[in-house]
Design a protein around this ligand. Structure first.
Ligand code: DGL
Length: 276
């Protein structure tokens, strides 16, 4: 990775998540900004975060963020809704680089999408308990209602690669049925692992919530906002070469490489293990 001070635009964008989920964000950022280098950290030694207390998530988040900042990054994308829900303001005030979370962009995209002013959000237990989407939606649209449902089985399904078939379908059905009476027209995937289950979730959402229900991916919404804003507070990479991706984890690099290939759509051969 390039880390020259003379060309700060060439520093990578740092991205982290508890594990694999943030790779949906990486995929979206690479589509939106193909020239940018990305330094990714998946905290595979401590995944999942979504079942832990806000204090623990905050401690883990500080560890991941400092490891990336020490390596040299021009900005940090917190590609984890659970961390974004409890730690984004702290990270923004403590770190010397700009920090972007996934919840505010996801909430703004949901507000643009909804016609009924009723938005559903699925996410980890910790993220749903935080009420973070309702707060962010209220900043944009004070009349919109947000209904959250925790979907804790989705992260282990994704980490195990169970992305289709009866088990994810039945789990999705059970979770979305809890939203069926609220007449929502927009469903936010409020966890960066969930886009890997998007085909199943969309299918069930159309059955349970109605054929016009729209699904919003918070990681994709974040990448779109990044494409619009990069070049102002954060310098752009030069447009002369393809951006590089460097992957780091805190445990099990081989298992991560196999699963990462599914997320990214290409083989992954080099994953570095770091200690936080
Ligand atoms: N991918 C993460 C999120 O967006 C969390 C998964 C987990 O560690 O529980 O919330």
């Amino acid at each position: 990775m390039s880390d020259t001070n003379e060309r700060p635009g060439q520093l990578p964008i740092g991205v982290f998540d508890s594990g694999l989920g943030g790779l949906t964000g990486v995929h979206a950022i690479r589509e939106a900004l193909p020239n940018e280098d990305i330094l990714y950290l998946g905290d595979t030694a401590r995944v999942p975060y979504g079942t832990r207390s806000p204090q623990t998530v905050m401690r883990y988040a500080r560890g991941c963020a400092s490891a990336l900042v020490r390596r040299g990054i021009k900005m940090l994308v917190v590609a984890c809704n659970t961390v974004s829900a409890v730690a984004i303001e702290t990270l923004q005030s403590e770190l010397a680089v700009p920090v972007l979370g996934v919840i505010a962009p996801g909430a703004r995209a949901a507000c643009r999408s909804t016609r009924s002013n009723k938005i559903g959000v699925i996410g980890t237990t910790g993220m749903i308990a935080s009420g973070a989407y309702a707060r962010e939606v209220a900043r944009v649209n004070s009349t919109a209602e947000v209904f959250g449902v925790a979907a804790p089985l989705f992260v282990p399904l994704v980490e195990e690669g169970w992305l289709e078939g009866e088990v994810p379908r039945l789990a999705t059905h059970r979770y979305l049925t809890q939203l069926a009476n609220h007449r929502i027209d927009t469903l936010v995937l409020g966890c960066t692992h969930y886009p890997m289950l998007r085909v199943v979730i969309e299918h069930v959402a159309h059955d349970v919530l109605g054929p016009d229900a729209r699904v919003i991916d918070s990681a994709e919404a974040t990448a779109h906002e990044l494409r619009e804003t990069i070049g102002t507070a954060v310098p752009r990479a030069e447009e002369i070469r393809q951006g590089r991706l460097h992957l780091m984890v805190t445990d099990l690099p081989q298992a991560f490489a196999g699963a990462a290939a599914r997320f990214l759509g290409h083989a992954v051969d080099d994953v570095e293990v770091i200690d936080l």
